[in-house]
Write a protein that binds this ligand. Structure first.
Ligand SMILES: Nc1ncnc2c1ncn2[C@@H]1O[C@H](COP(=O)(O)OP(=O)(O)OP(=O)(O)O)[C@@H](O)[C@H]1O
Ligand SMILES: [Mg+2]
Length: 322
């Protein structure tokens, strides 16, 4: 989809809010992002996943316009990020991995400074401060200096700041790292609420359950590359069998346990844990029980999930056996 079409019909479901074409970023010898293409549909929640150092934060920083790509093009709301950074930033909110807070000021003052940066007038400013304090459940901490807040509350302040300008696109880099379970849940409902208002959310997370629940689409990155992209459900269905048998099994016992099982098995190994993917786990369980009394081994049967896709896609060896 061309950039011109984007600005002609803002908000239409088929439009892309972010469009990256062949984007690379080199830091000296290190290619942090390697010819990345991304299209993020308006109104979606899009997850960027990948191991530590995969290039997620670098990609987000380029979309936000604080890191300049070495090559390739990035359009946000149909405009070139390099040409109109200020215009684009007025319409997006970002919480990067490291919170950027003004330490001597309290929570409310931090929000106020950020609102002024966005040139909100006084009545709008008070209205947005109220709204953002409520959204992140920060009311009781409004008058405390941010330097005295716990890690989770500092994270909440950073997220509240990113919402001050009521952004059309919200970029959240690992927003729920360090948040307690209650706030994680309320952040998920906040994301859904924003989506219901037609806003777009771009999120990174290391929690695959979170990505599976929250994201319409995810892209998995490794070494700066995008390895795969689809809805979580499609990724799971297209890459792996339906069920997983997870069992403690050192590599040298694997043959003994599985032997020449008469069915196709996809296998992954994570340390001493063997994961076997199969459409119906029952015959496999019978097979295993005939060979091993399972004494002292933990065995779990569960549906395949996005974490399995992640392990598979990011390089844990996957073997298929006849
Ligand atoms: N300013 C910089 N100078 C040099 N190298 C950098 C810089 N920023 C990032 N890198 C390198 O680029 C690669 C990608 O880093 P990036 O922060 O984008 O990864 P990430 O996917 O966000 O990882 P994490 O999950 O740990 O946050 C890493 O190898 C990192 O060391
Ligand atoms: Mg990062």
């Amino acid at each position: 989809m061309g950039a011109m079409a984007l600005s002609d019909s803002p908000g239409a479901p088929e439009t892309c809010v972010v469009e990256m074409r062949g984007v690379s970023k080199r830091f000296g010898e290190k290619l942090a992002v390697d010819t990345l293409d991304l299209e993020i549909p308006a109104g979606s929640c899009f997850g960027l996943l990948g191991s530590n150092g995969a290039g997620k934060t670098t990609a987000l920083r380029m979309i936000y316009g604080v890191t300049r790509p070495t090559s390739g093009s990035i359009h946000v709301f149909g405009s070139d990020v390099q040409r109109d950074p200020r215009g684009i930033r007025a319409r997006l909110g970002v919480t990067l991995q490291d919170n950027v807070l003004i330490e001597p000021l309290n929570t409310e003052e931090n929000l106020r400074v950020f609102g002024r940066y966005h040139l909100l007038d006084e009545s709008r400013l008070s209205q947005r401060i109220d709204r953002c304090l409520d959204l992140l459940e920060l009311r009781s901490h409004a008058r405390l200096p941010v330097s005295n807040l716990s890690g989770g509350f500092r994270r909440r302040v950073a997220i509240a700041m990113s919402l001050m300008n009521d952004p059309e696109l919200l970029i959240l880099d690992e927003p729920t790292t360090g948040l307690d379970p209650a706030l994680r849940l309320s952040l998920w409902s906040l994301v859904r609420e924003l989506q219901a208002q037609g806003k777009t959310v771009l999120i990174t997370t290391h929690y695959m359950e979170e990505a599976q629940r929250l994201c319409d689409r995810v892209a998995i990155m490794s070494g700066g590359h995008k390895i795969c992209e689809d809805s979580p459900r499609q990724l799971i269905e297209s890459r792996l069998a339906r069920e997983v048998v997870e069992i403690d099994c050192p590599p040298d016992r694997e043959i003994e346990l599985l032997g020449d099982y008469p069915g196709l098995l996809q296998r992954l190994r994570s340390g001493g844990r063997l994961l076997v993917y199969v459409d119906d786990a029952r015959p496999l369980l019978q097979w295993i029980r005939q060979r091993d009394d399972l004494e002292g081994r933990s065995l779990v049967v569960r549906p395949s999930n996005l974490e399995d896709v992640f392990l598979d896609a990011t390089g844990t060896a996957l073997e298929a056996s006849p």
